[in-house]
Design a protein around this ligand. Structure first.
Ligand code: 13P
Ligand code: SF4
Length: 361
């Protein structure tokens, strides 16, 4: 059976207008609905109820000179309503590092906001949802890496960006879903330790087969682990029986059986770019094997009618942040919403990120 693509949750309906006039609210609601481009789910009524919030957040952002970045998996009212930039974890780390503003507000999960602080230690980094974790970054601690290093002396340690600052401090180089293959290929030696994602690690093992041994850890993304090879094969078979030439686009946090069934593998940003490219050459039938936010972005940024098939899975951690949280952190952040990393840890972690920027370019 082929399912329709579910979408991100509709946020809490906000009742209040911060003194904005009816015409300002109407204009903002039209802007939101046009940018999100999902009129069935993001109706004019919903957009109107959110408009005072987005207007107020955008006003405060300007007044306080805050740069608001949002990961692709945030809800469309955030990505298209208030974010100055939306992208994958690699691009956002660079943007946080290079932004001229002294305050970064990162709408995403904790490890991404921590990464922004590591690459821009002199800036204030605000994170609206301190309890927004990640099953990958929560699966590993610094002690686990220390143990692996003791068991494999001299072997370079590569950590996926979905890790805490303390774990990054124990690693030689950090990677993201857009550069892990390139960076691992470029590392010296004939072996490496890769933590914590076992699926991405297996993809690396397959890609580096005969060139390097890859020692793995046992972490997984609870969202991407939902997709299995048999499920994808079944969807593809169904579609081809109906004469549809389905293109399968997958995130590398998926099992290697899923990746083998895929036409394209890449980060959230690369998946979106590939979907746009396929649409521009007339390919309308696609399956996005990843978190639902990518489909929201593809729908917003692609002209014409796309058939996005299969079922996306929602990341409950990514979806914790809502516009109200962003407004609150802009007005008066709680101490735990201001990222603070012990100096020694930050300095050591920044080396693994500097090394990533050096090897990725
Ligand atoms: P991207 O770098 O592809 O955005 O991945 C981050 C992530 O957490 C995916 O689940
Ligand atoms: Fe972590 Fe997976 Fe959520 Fe990405 S989608 S933040 S890897 S739990």
């Amino acid at each position: 059976m082929v399912l329709d693509m579910p979408s991100a949750p509709i946020p809490r309906v906000f009742l209040g207008n911060f003194g904005y006039s009816e015409s300002e609210i109407d204009k903002e609601a039209v802007r939101l609905q046009y940018a999100i481009r999902q009129p069935m789910r993001w109706s004019m009524e919903v957009c109107r109820s959110l408009a005072p919030l987005t207007l107020e957040i955008n006003r405060l952002k300007k007044e306080k000179d805050v740069f608001l970045i949002a990961h692709s998996y945030q809800t469309p009212d955030i990505t298209y309503g208030v974010a100055d930039s939306v992208a994958d974890s690699y691009a956002l780390s660079k943007e946080a590092r290079d932004a001229p503003q002294q305050t970064i507000l990162f709408s995403s999960v904790r490890f991404m906001a921590e990464t922004a602080k590591i690459v821009s230690p002199n800036k204030t980094v605000l994170h609206p949802s301190p309890d927004a974790g990640c099953s990958l970054s929560d699966s590993i601690e610094a002690e686990d890496v220390i143990r692996m290093k003791e068991d494999n002396p001299g072997v370079p340690v590569v950590c996926y960006i979905n890790t805490s600052a303390a774990v990054k401090a124990e690693c030689d180089v950090c990677v993201t879903s857009s550069n892990y293959l390139r960076i691992c290929e470029r590392l010296p030696g004939d072996s490496l330790i890769f933590v914590p994602d076992k699926f991405m690690g297996r993809h690396l093992q397959n890609s580096l087969w005969g060139k390097k041994e890859v020692i793995l850890y046992d972490g997984e993304c609870e969202v991407h682990a939902e997709f299995t090879g048999p499920k994808i094969r079944n969807w593809k078979k169904n579609m081809s029986e109906n004469g549809v030439d389905l293109k399968v686009l997958s995130h590398p946090e998926c099992d290697s059986e899923v990746l083998e069934e895929s036409d394209f593998v890449g980060s959230s940003e690369l998946l979106m770019n590939e979907a746009k490219r396929l649409a521009s050459i007339g390919n309308r039938d696609m399956m996005l094997i990843t978190e639902c936010g990518t489909a929201d972005r593809v729908l917003a940024e692609t002209e014409g009618n796309l058939n996005l098939m299969g079922a996306c899975v929602m990341c409950k951690h990514m979806k914790k942040t809502q516009l109200e949280d962003i407004l609150q952190v802009l007005i008066d952040p709680y101490p735990e919403q201001i990222i603070d990393i012990p100096e020694g840890t930050l300095k050591r972690a920044s080396k693994s990120l500097d090394e990533m920027f050096r090897l990725a370019e």
